[in-house]
Design a protein around this ligand. Structure first.
Ligand code: SAH
Length: 260
C-alpha cells in the first residue's frame, strides 16, 4: 500500500518537472529568434530571403559578377519592397518588372552589371538619374558614402523617398526634377549612373563628373538600339568613352522649365 502511494507521488512529481521543462523550452529565445539585421536595419529573415540568395547565385554570380561587396548588397536589399504588391511575386525573377506610371525596375543582372562598372568605394559620392522604385539607389547606398538621386515623375520620386527613409537609408538624397541638368549644387560626383536612355550623352552630367570619375549611361534614340556606354574622366579632365552592352531602357524624357 505504502509503495503504491510512493509510486503515485513520484509519478506526479515527474509530470510536474517535465511540464516545467517543456514550458521553459517553448519560451526559450533559441526558438523565437528573429535573425540578424544589417547596418540599415533591414531584416534579412524576411520571407523572400531564400529567393534573394538564389537570385544572386544564379542570375548575378553565375554570369561573372565577382565583386563581393556588390553581391552582399544584392543579397541584403529587399527588392520585393520596391515593387507594387500586385507584381511582388516577380520581384526576384530574371526580368524588369513594372513599378507603375509606365516605368520599370531594371532586371537584377543589369542593376548589378551597371553598378559593378562604377567600381564604387565606400567614401564616394554618386548621382543617379531616374530614381524609379528606389531599388538601384538602395544598392548604391550600401556601397558608397552618399547617393543623390533625381526622378522626373513626382509620384514615383515621393514613393521611393518615403520607402528609402523607412528602410533606414539616411545617406540618400532624393529630388524631383529633370535629370538632364544633373544636380549641380552637390557636384562633382565620383560616379554617375543614368537608368533611363537619352538619345545622346547629356553634357551637364559629364561636366559634373569629378576627375577620376566614372559614368554609365544607356544611349540611343527612342525605338532604336541602345548601348550601355561607360565614360571615364581622368585626373586632367580628359574623357574616354567605351561601349559595354546592347540594352533596352525606358527613354529619358525631356523636362519642362518647372522641373529643376
Ligand atoms: N533606377 C530605377 C529604374 C529606373 S526606370 C529603379 O531602380 O527602380 C527609369 C526612370 O527614369 C523612370 O522612373 C523615369 O520616370 C525616370 N526618368 C525618365 N526621364 C527622366 C529625366 N529626364 N530625369 C529624371 N528621371 C527621369
Amino acid at each position: 500500500m505504502r509503495s503504491t502511494i510512493f509510486l503515485v507521488i513520484a509519478a506526479l512529481v515527474l509530470v510536474v518537472v517535465l511540464s516545467v521543462l517543456i514550458l521553459r523550452a517553448l519560451r526559450s529565445p533559441s526558438i523565437t529568434t528573429t535573425g540578424s539585421f544589417s547596418a540599415t536595419g533591414n531584416d534579412q529573415a524576411d520571407e523572400f530571403h531564400p529567393r534573394r540568395q538564389q537570385m544572386v547565385m544564379h542570375q548575378i554570380a553565375a554570369r561573372g559578377i565577382r565583386d563581393e561587396r556588390l553581391l552582399a548588397a544584392m543579397r541584403q536589399v529587399p527588392r520585393h519592397r520596391f515593387i507594387p504588391a500586385s507584381y511582388q511575386s516577380w520581384a526576384y525573377s530574371d526580368q524588369p518588372v513594372p513599378i507603375g506610371q509606365d516605368q520599370t525596375i531594371s532586371q537584377p543582372y543589369i542593376v548589378a552589371y551597371m553598378t559593378a562598372a562604377l567600381d564604387l568605394q565606400p567614401d564616394e559620392r554618386v548621382l543617379e538619374i531616374g530614381t524609379g522604385s528606389g531599388y538601384q539607389a538602395a544598392i548604391l547606398a550600401e556601397l558608397a558614402g552618399r547617393v543623390y538621386t533625381i526622378e522626373i515623375v513626382p509620384e514615383l520620386g515621393r514613393r521611393a523617398a518615403a520607402l528609402l527613409a523607412e528602410l533606414g537609408y539616411n545617406n540618400i538624397r532624393c529630388r524631383i526634377g529633370d535629370g538632364y541638368k544633373g544636380w549641380p549644387d552637390a557636384a562633382p560626383y565620383d560616379a554617375i549612373i543614368v537608368t533611363a536612355a537619352p538619345p545622346s550623352i547629356p553634357a551637364a552630367l559629364v561636366e559634373q563628373l569629378a576627375p577620376g570619375g566614372r559614368m554609365v549611361v544607356p544611349v540611343g534614340a527612342v525605338g532604336s538600339v541602345q548601348h550601355l556606354v561607360k565614360i571615364e574622366k581622368d585626373a586632367s579632365g580628359q574623357v574616354k568613352e567605351s561601349y559595354l552592352l546592347p540594352v533596352r531602357f525606358v527613354p529619358m524624357v525631356k523636362g519642362t522649365d518647372k522641373d529643376h
